[in-house]
Design a protein around this ligand. Structure first.
Ligand code: URA
Length: 243
């Protein structure tokens, strides 16, 4: 995973080039280091994994030597049922297998869905962005549409809002907003994502979940033009809405 961890320019250069800090200072004095295309002068300048860093020789005439050139990627996919939310799996096709993009090596999933769940899945190589999305205190809400085996009753609304105690994790779930759409269909809004949380919550009512489809994460809504298995890059607005 690309972590987008920040580090000081002198530390970055000495690690990357195997040189000492004195040599780094010298390179900066000679304007041999370009950070995002601008000659760096400050050893304390912060760089992260998406900062473009290149070297140029003293004359400025030789071609650049690029030390780092990572492009952040942000994708939304309409995850189909039967495909695993993982980067590698020995048994099933993974969501990464569905992507025909040039560099998938650093992509990871920001919020998994179960094998038999479908809908909005976010993939990125920006670890800072995906952490901001999943950090509990950020309370990014996720909406799901759920189809059940047995009819819903009004009792579900209060039980989901009150939270349920999960002894395995020793936690009580945060309030979940449940809206009854029809006898067998509910729409839910959660601000956390415990393991199989929705299925376990309906399990308390002995009501199996037949279909689970994620509609949104924060301000990012599943693009309805995407057929199952299709994907598109996120827009700037969608990306910025999370951070
Ligand atoms: N809760 C579940 O039980 N499954 C999912 O895929 C997502 C939330």
């Amino acid at each position: 995973m690309t972590t987008s961890k920040r580090s000081r320019l002198d530390r970055f250069l000495s690690a990357k080039l195997g040189i000492n800090r004195g040599d780094v200072r010298l390179m900066l004095a000679k304007k041999q280091v370009l950070v995002d295309g601008i000659a760096a002068t400050d050893i304390q300048q912060q760089v992260d994994s998406f900062t473009h860093v290149a070297l140029v020789d003293q004359t400025g005439c030789e071609p650049f030597r690029v030390l780092q050139d990572n492009q952040p990627q942000y994708w939304m996919m309409n995850k189909p049922i039967g495909v695993v939310s993982a980067t590698i799996d020995e048994q099933h096709k993974t969501v990464i297998d569905l992507l025909s993009v040039s560099d998938v090596s650093d992509l990871h999933i920001a919020g998994r869905l179960d094998l038999n769940s479908s809908g909005l899945l976010l993939l990125t190589n920006d670890g800072r962005w995906s952490r901001a999305l999943s950090e509990p205190k950020a309370e990014v809400s996720k909406c799901y549409r759920v189809r059940l085996e047995k009819p819903l009753t009004e009792d579900y609304i209060q039980a989901f809002a009150d939270g349920m105690y999960f002894s395995y994790e020793d936690i009580t779930t945060r309030p979940v907003e449940l809206r009854i759409v029809s006898d067998y269909v509910a729409q839910l809004r959660l601000v956390e994502g415990r393991y199989h949380q929705i299925k376990r919550m309906f399990g308390r009512f002995r009501n199996p979940v037949l279909a689970l489809h994620r509609l949104s994460i924060g301000n990012i809504l599943l693009d309805e033009t995407l057929a199952p298995g299709q994907y598109r890059p996120l827009t700037d607005m969608e990306i910025r809405g999370i951070i």
